[in-house]
Design a protein around this ligand. Structure first.
Ligand code: SF4
Ligand code: SF4
Length: 333
């Protein structure tokens, strides 16, 4: 089945632990990574350590086809991302193709010359109120207080970026007060940073359930960071339709549903709510991508996360070194 109706069993899946059959739902979101090129070098960048070079980026015609296939698959919204999507000279053409295919488009930019954005870490977490004031000043109707996610390059800077427990508690109180103060004026989205949460985030809405991610060179990932998990086989838009990839790609099948789960997730009442948390985080912190995300207080490895959250070192940031320009394929660092 190529495009598939929601909640249909996935062909070829064989649960072995008595868990419910994995179901094939429709994706609603597509993260389109147009390029890994970027003028900035943020220490909290979650892009992979090895970036796709410019000459392997998908061209605009291929993106237009992918957008059409995404709509046929049920996708409603595309996030045009990077790197810095503004580094693509054909960004207008790509955006127009996404729009005319019927997708709601959302440009995720480094903000250079376009707009402002905020990301919270130890050095700025005490300025949440100023961030909200800035958003109100810009006439924003919504602001997200997003914490650094320790993936990709950001993992290298974890100790330098990690807020301490007192800062996190202060920020929670500040957000509550700001919501009360600005009720009706602006919506403030904020969640606890991963390492301080009691339960993990339902990462990407569940693996292979709600979203997919196309890299600059055309690999389709169930999650932005999925390439760190060894032995996953990713299919490419150059070789398969998006519908084929969604339904049958080995990487998407790997953690779809609940059959792959181990204890404590396997018998947990929340297994259909948070889907065991983030597979990439489970792998990064335990070495086992099928383990419970150790952010969860029920994980046998949760003490490791508590110890990491308590580790702050005021060392200089390691700034991202991005390829500047590469028509040859060799990343210039
Ligand atoms: S370097 Fe900064 S702006 Fe550029 S992709 Fe990474 S996080 Fe985004
Ligand atoms: S044990 Fe697993 S399913 Fe249950 S809350 Fe923790 S991560 Fe989620």
């Amino acid at each position: 089945m190529a495009t598939g109706e929601p909640d249909q069993p996935v062909a070829g899946s064989h649960p072995t632990n008595g868990a419910a059959e994995p179901v094939l739902t429709r994706p609603i979101g597509l993260l389109a990574e147009l390029t890994h090129r970027c003028p900035l070098g943020c220490p909290y960048c979650s892009n992979p350590l090895a970036l796709d070079p410019r000459d392997r980026e998908l061209d605009s015609q291929t993106w237009a086809r992918v957008f059409g296939e995404a709509v046929a698959l049920g996708v409603l919204q595309v996030h045009l991302s990077g790197g810095e999507p503004g580094a693509r000279r054909d960004l207008v053409e790509i955006t127009a193709a996404a729009h005319s295919s019927g997708l709601y488009t959302n440009l995720i930019t480094s903000a250079v010359g376009i707009t402002a954005s905020t990301l919270v870490h130890r050095a700025n977490i005490d300025r949440v109120a100023a961030m909200v004031e800035l958003a109100i000043g810009l006439d924003a109707s919504r602001v997200e207080i997003a914490h650094v996610q320790y993936y990709g390059w950001a993992l290298l800077n974890r100790d330098a970026l990690m807020p301490n427990a007192e800062q996190v508690a202060r920020a929670v109180r500040a957000v509550e007060e700001l919501r009360r103060l600005h009720h009706g004026k602006i919506v403030i989205d904020a969640v606890l940073p991963d390492y301080y949460a009691r339960f993990p985030k339902p990462c990407v809405g569940g693996w292979g359930r709600r979203s997919l991610n196309v890299t600059p060179s055309g690999k389709v990932l169930p999650c932005h960071a999925a390439e760190i998990i060894p032995d996953l086989e990713f299919w490419r838009v150059q070789d398969h339709s998006l519908a084929e990839i969604w339904a049958n790609s080995p990487a998407f099948q790997a953690f779809r549903g609940t059959a792959w789960m181990q204890e404590p997730c396997r018998s947990c009442a929340r297994r259909e709510i948070d889907h065991g948390g983030c597979r990439c985080q489970a792998f990064m912190l335990t070495g086992n991508a099928a383990a419970a995300d150790p952010v969860c207080h029920l994980s046998p490895r949760h003490a490791d996360v508590v110890a990491l959250a308590a580790r702050q070192h005021d060392v200089p940031y390691s700034f991202r070194t991005n390829p500047r320009k590469s028509d040859s394929g060799a990343a210039v660092r």
